[in-house]
Design a protein around this ligand. Structure first.
Ligand SMILES: [Zn+2]
Length: 78
């Protein structure tokens, strides 16, 4: 399986990149790092191609924005 056209337009590891309409949020975690920043991790599933994306938001030096966690092919064992 490959990414759909919408997912192909998402730029990974860049802050402020919006998602696309077929993404459905499946999880949100907010973690406070002691003496540091709050990290928000949101997990989305694309309803078109099944890709799993994570959006990381934090005011630190870590990776920001979208990261592709898995594609539909990785979930075939369900
Ligand atoms: Zn997709």
């Amino acid at each position: 399986m490959s990414l759909c056209a919408n997912c192909l337009t998402l730029t990974p590891d860049t802050a402020g990149v919006p998602g696309h309409p077929a993404l459905r949020i499946v999880d949100t975690q907010r973690r406070r790092i002691p003496r540091s920043v709050t990290v928000t991790l949101s997990t989305f599933r694309c309803s078109d191609c099944g890709a799993i994306w994570r959006y990381r938001e934090a005011k630190d030096d870590g990776p920001q924005g979208w990261a592709l966690l898995a594609t539909e092919a990785a979930n075939e064992g369900r």
